[in-house]
Design a protein around this ligand. Structure first.
Ligand code: KIV
Length: 293
């Protein structure tokens, strides 16, 4: 007869009592600024549930993003447009609970979903409060220009904000598909202006998605108080983010060029995440010749 080796063995993925990284200080905005000033790349992955969040924290990932990409990878939606605020709240709470269970130290960002912040600054504040009360440390919203007053409104009320420019998936229909943004001189100038306005409004982080590497690197130099986090934006940004399912190679569709499957050479999910952290920190990922435009 098989007997369990430990009294606490469980078939349901019991979370360990403490993070294997007890020496890491909690990741905070000042800590991210320190990393930036030290020239150390910031690592971010998406997370949607308690267990993967705990494993990512143990792997040393600094920032976890409860991305509305969960609509596509968890809910099977065709885009992020159908994601509800309540769904974001549910997943944010799950991730926060997972981190809490392992005394995790990662900085937790949650996406404001489509339709939850465009109506008015007050609507954005109400939606942001839902995610902050679910355990987020920061909220993320997409777009430039019209979003700057909203960012300022939230920041003034003590809610840290991450902006998102370039390919903004919530406006995929207006953009005409998942395409590289900021390629023409005019588009690059608009993106630059929007990024500066967002930093001036108080955004502490800026995701740059599918933006030419040269433009992303220039923006990173210009924005010293707003940390650029690239996804398909080359190696010159202050940090990198990937969607969890993409970097674990469980995307059944065609992976975008900026994705690397870190699972293929790793023996475990923890190993894949550790390899990602190591590759970003060392500058090995992304490789502009393979993963950027
Ligand atoms: O929703 C998401 O996962 C994102 C990342 C692609 C940055 O916004």
């Amino acid at each position: 007869m098989n007997t369990p080796t430990t009294a606490s063995a469980s078939p349901y993925g019991t979370l360990p009592p403490a993070s294997p990284l007890p020496q890491r200080r909690p990741v905070s905005l000042p800590r991210l600024q320190q990393l930036r000033e030290a020239g150390e790349k910031i690592t971010m992955l998406t997370a949607y549930d308690a267990t993967f969040a705990a494993v990512a924290d143990a792997a040393g990932v600094e920032c976890l993003l409860v991305g509305d990409s969960l609509g596509m990878v968890c809910q099977g939606l065709p885009s992020t447009v159908g994601v509800a605020l309540e769904t974001m709240r549910y997943h944010t709470e799950s991730v926060a609970r997972g981190l809490h269970r392992v005394q995790g130290t990662a900085w937790l960002i949650a996406d404001l979903p489509y339709g939850s912040y465009a109506e008015s600054r007050e609507q954005a504040l109400r939606s942001a409060c839902v995610l902050m009360q679910a355990g987020a440390h920061m909220v993320k919203l997409e777009g430039g220009g019209w979003t700057a007053p909203t960012v300022e409104f939230l920041v003034q009320r003590g809610i840290p904000v991450c902006a998102h420019l370039g390919l903004t998936p919530q406006t995929v229909h207006a953009l005409g598909g998942y395409r590289v943004q900021g390629k023409s001189d005019e588009a690059a100038a608009t993106l630059r202006r929007h990024a500066q306005e967002l930093q001036d409004a108080g955004a502490a982080m800026l995701v740059l998605e599918m933006v030419p590497a040269q433009l992303a690197a220039a923006l990173t130099t210009e924005l010293q108080h707003c940390h650029t986090i690239g996804i398909g934006a080359g190696r010159g940004t202050a940090g990198q983010v990937l969607v969890l399912h993409d970097m674990l190679g469980v995307n059944l569709g065609k992976n975008p060029k900026f994705v690397h499957n870190f699972m293929q050479d790793a023996g475990s999910v923890l190993g894949a995440m550790q390899a990602y952290v190591q590759a970003v920190k060392s500058g090995a990922f992304p490789d502009d010749a393979l993963h950027a435009w």
